[in-house]
Ligand binder design. Structure first.
Ligand code: SF4
Ligand code: SF4
Length: 117
């Protein structure tokens, strides 16, 4: 194939890249995005915090508080795997646009009366 025909073929092809953020990607099943917590089902067993490899989760049982530092989270899904409730009280959402200018904004604290979404 000559150079000219190859160039024309490439020009007519769909681009391999996407015009993000205008064009959003399709999120696949099983994608591990930002962790979310469900206060309605959580029994404060501490297993998610104990098993988190980066110590991103902290729990205050007395105050019924559940906190996560998204800046520490590596999105491994271990907290979801070990959570004993049905349905799971902690799960990876499909949220992936997590950039912040201040690192304090990565530290999220929720109480039993709130939803960790
Ligand atoms: S996804 Fe992994 S790193 Fe993030 S909070 Fe859960 S266990 Fe910790
Ligand atoms: S493992 Fe599940 S039930 Fe236990 S504290 Fe974590 S979120 Fe709550």
């Amino acid at each position: 194939m000559g150079i000219l025909s190859e160039a024309i073929k490439r020009i007519l092809e769909r681009p391999a890249t996407r015009k993000y953020p205008k064009e959003k990607p399709k999120i696949p099943e099983g994608f591990r995005g930002r962790i979310e917590w469900n206060p309605e089902t959580c029994i404060f067993c501490m297993l998610c915090a104990i098993n988190c490899p980066t110590n991103a989760i902290t729990i205050n049982k007395e105050k019924k508080e559940w906190s996560i530092d998204i800046g520490k989270c590596i999105f491994c899904g271990r907290c979801h795997d070990v959570c004993p409730t049905k349905p799971k009280s902690v799960s990876n959402s499909k949220k992936y646009e997590l950039a912040e200018y201040e690192k304090e904004k990565f530290r999220l604290k929720f109480r039993k009366s709130e939803r960790g979404g």
